[in-house]
Design a protein around this ligand. Structure first.
Ligand code: APR
Ligand code: PHB
Length: 391
């Protein structure tokens, strides 16, 4: 089978690309190694920038989002026994949306399948070849058989553990990596949110984040060791630690309930350069990872695809291949700024086991600088709602 664009991975990146190409009459197929229930049930982050929501709206995939997402205009930073609200919307004129990544993925799968865009689930791509020549080949295994797909271009939207990134020859490839000496224990609970806005708490015991998925479901995170065993965390221990890190503040009482999911994730920052080799483009987590503190992972996958779809459309509609060359550099400018923001939020809010007493005091002073100055709050708010998309 030959198709214009072969897409590996049915995460937000691959699914959005397929949709944007379809709307322009460009054919694609998505190969996804996991099953549909697995992909639709995978718990990930849940904050969308206004720009991401605008693109989902333009591509006709935001109907349910507008009914179910929680629209937020501010966040709170809790540190040194104090609460500081950052009024994101007053500072930027923009809002953020709380809507789980797996809900975005469900909406994108439904839109693609309804339009007849093929998504092959349990189709494991194991070889990409020909990307330096005049047509690319993807070999994959589906329903017990080895299959071959040829395509003009390959979109490597196969996440951090995919195969695409390894296709870039070693002498051209550079990976920029940073590992953090902590991870997050994340839980989902049948509990009303502790507060109707997100609470970012920096405490001597470590960071905690109170977020949510709906009016009845809380999502909370606790800073833990990167290799922490989740079995060490009973429900009681989790709630008591969350309560401790939330601290005692007037008007704030922790809301608890049945914990329905818990897992530990290590944290890293990673950027792959270049993002294109010949006929293959990397997008989303295959090209970069951010620590979750800034909530940028899904939004960066979406902004990469905004740029990539424009480049492919220019080629197929106007025979203009020039945007292929600028794809990586354009994305990387925004990616590095999101990397900086994610690193900044992470290092400002977590207490590192590697920090000296000086570092700890300097970090709290930094939180005061940001939270008590309009300039500081604005810097945080502008990055939190997301920088403009660039094409
Ligand atoms: N063949 C087919 N599919 C593959 C292969 C393969 N060899 N390898 C990986 N995949 C699939 C994975 O199963 C996954 O569904 O690629 C998909 C990649 O999706 P995501 O990991 O969701 O990546 P992306 O679309 O870039 O979205 C980034 O996901 O991890 C979060 O924080 C991250 O929010 C960010 C978002
Ligand atoms: C989430 O809701 O999962 C979430 C929200 C904000 C963050 C990180 C995670 O900064």
């Amino acid at each position: 089978m030959h198709i214009q664009v072969g897409i590996i991975g049915a995460g937000p990146a691959g699914l959005l690309l397929a949709r944007m190409l379809h709307l322009q009459g460009i054919s694609s197929i998505i190969l996804e190694s996991r099953s549909r229930p697995y992909v639709e049930g995978r718990i990930r982050a849940g904050l969308l920038e206004q720009g991401s929501v605008d693109l989902l709206t333009e591509t006709g995939m935001a109907d349910r989002l507008y009914k179910e997402a929680l629209v937020h205009e501010g966040i709170e930073l809790l540190f040194d026994g104090q609460r500081h609200r950052i009024d994101i919307t007053a500072l930027t004129g923009r809002k953020v949306y709380i809507y789980g990544q797996q809900e975005v993925v469900k909406d994108m799968i439904a839109a693609n399948l309804a339009a007849g865009v093929p998504i092959l689930f349990e189709a494991d791509a194991y070889e990409i070849s020909g990307i330096e020549g005049d047509r690319a080949t993807i070999r994959y295994r589906h329903e017990g058989k080895d299959e071959v797909l040829t395509c003009d271009y390959v979109a490597g939207c196969d996440g951090f553990h995919g195969i695409s990134r390894d296709m870039i020859p070693a002498h051209l490839f550079k990976g920029h990596d940073r590992i953090y000496p902590y991870g997050w224990l994340g839980i989902l609970a049948n509990a009303a949110p502790t507060r109707d806005e997100l609470l970012y708490c920096s405490h001597d015991n470590g960071f905690a984040l109170f977020t949510m998925r709906s009016a009845t479901v809380s999502r909370c995170y606790l800073q833990v060791a990167p290799d922490e065993n989740v079995d060490n965390w009973s429900d009681d221990r989790i709630w008591s630690e969350l309560e401790k890190r939330l601290g005692k503040h007037e008007g704030l009482t922790i809301s608890t309930g049945e914990i329905t999911q818990k897992s530990v994730t290590a944290m890293r920052s990673f950027v792959a350069e270049p993002m294109r080799h010949g006929r293959m483009f990397l997008a989303g987590d295959s090209a970069h990872i951010v620590p979750p503190t800034g909530a940028k992972g899904m939004n960066l996958a979406i902004s990469d695809i905004y740029v990539l779809a424009k480049a492919l459309v220019a080629f197929y509609k106007k025979n203009d291949a020039s945007l292929f060359d600028s794809y990586g550099p354009t994305c990387l400018r925004r990616i590095w700024r999101a990397q900086h923001f994610s690193w900044w939020m992470t290092s400002m809010l977590h207490n590192s086991p590697e920090a000296s007493p000086f570092d700890d005091k300097r970090r709290i002073a930094e939180l005061y600088t940001v939270a008590t100055s309009v300039a500081g709050q604005t810097l945080l708010a502008e990055n939190y709602v997301g920088l403009p998309f660039e094409a």
